[in-house]
Design a protein around this ligand. Sequence first.
Ligand code: AMP
Ligand code: GLY
Length: 420
Amino acid sequence: MKVGIIGSGGREHAICHTLKKSNKINEIFCFPGNAGTSKIAKNVDINLENFNQIRNFIKEQRIDLIIVGPEKPLVEGIVDFLKKSKVKIFGPNKVASQLEGSKIFTKKICQKFNIPTAKFGVFQNKYEANEFLKKTNFPIVIKADNLASGKGVYICHNFETSKIAVKEIFNGKFGEATNLLIEEFLEGEEMSFFTIHDGKTFHNFGTAQDHKRAFAGDKGKNTGGMGAYSPSRLLNDELEKKIVYKIIKPTLEGLKSLGTEYTGFLYTGLMIVKNEPYLIEYNVRMGDPECQTILPKLKTDLCDILLACCDGKLNEISLEWSNKKSLCIVVCSKGYPEKYQKNVEINNLDKINFDHSNFLFHAGTKSEKEKIIAVGGRVLNFVSLSDDFKNARKNIIDNILKLNWTGGFFRKDIGYKVID
Ligand code: AMP
Ligand code: GLY
């Protein structure tokens, strides 16, 4: 079989790596991929906004299965587009992708189906939003409705900062804005809960906790994710049942009432308050770096699972997982998430031994002749499986130190809540 993966991050390298283990697959393409995927797949330099070009390539190469990594093409309807040309593709359709594409879409489903989430209001202009904010209690959360790669969320502690948030959103910082969301601040601990769906059935696909802030002790700016560990320390049977019955199943009912169903990975971002789950957000994909953290624990052939999803036969498959703990640390270019240097060579990667428990997934890298060049903010993902988190973290840090990359930085405290 030939498979294609859309995306270029650590998540997509981890998916490539996991699919490579399947004896059903003899060729993998990555659109556009990175230096890591180029070692196990053919990188295809293609503009992800040009769906026609992607379809033509898939048809020419007779690729049997396409997996979409990031949210943007999903929200833009790549699944609907390619399905029209009879391409087998794993991921949610355009309507279902609104779960991530529009926070207001999701909140409306929450309201109608009684799904626990922060109380909220939708505001259509600066005046209305500011009038509300004058009378409210702080902290409060203000969110752009657009797809903003996690950046359109402001946690405001007073009226002055909330006014700036409202101004920035309506001035189009995250794209044209006709409304915004103001919501209650939930105090608790965050957890990511993953499921995989075929439209009729779904299976749990692991849990994780990621570390979004740039620096140790959860300080600094929000990032795409500096590291994660799996399973989440918050998980227990009772909580899992609540998440499934109070949040995920009613959401699927909500999609059904809109005449659609969900196929693909679903990432449920939760705030856990005293063992009660509240929905913070949905993402219509695997998390990054949660995917890199969770996939090495999967024992079942990923290709079989994805094919079963595309064929509506997920009920015929049961998923097997390793009981090990998994931890991932992301090495970033200095300066990230703000301005950082690009095109810096990374040496010594060949000095590190990776094995069946220690993995390296590339993100913002490209290869030039024999060299590996850092070109992105998040550059490398080191993952380790072990009997305990502390040991996993130690294995990773030992490996990162062998790199001796002065242009990079990473958080040494990933997993501190379960380790220290
Ligand atoms: P989102 O893009 O909706 O996931 O929000 C980004 C981050 O903002 C989340 O990961 C939380 O850390 C935080 N956040 C979002 N909504 C809330 C809320 N209602 N209460 C507290 N923190 C929140
Ligand atoms: N790690 C957060 C995300 O993938 O959105």
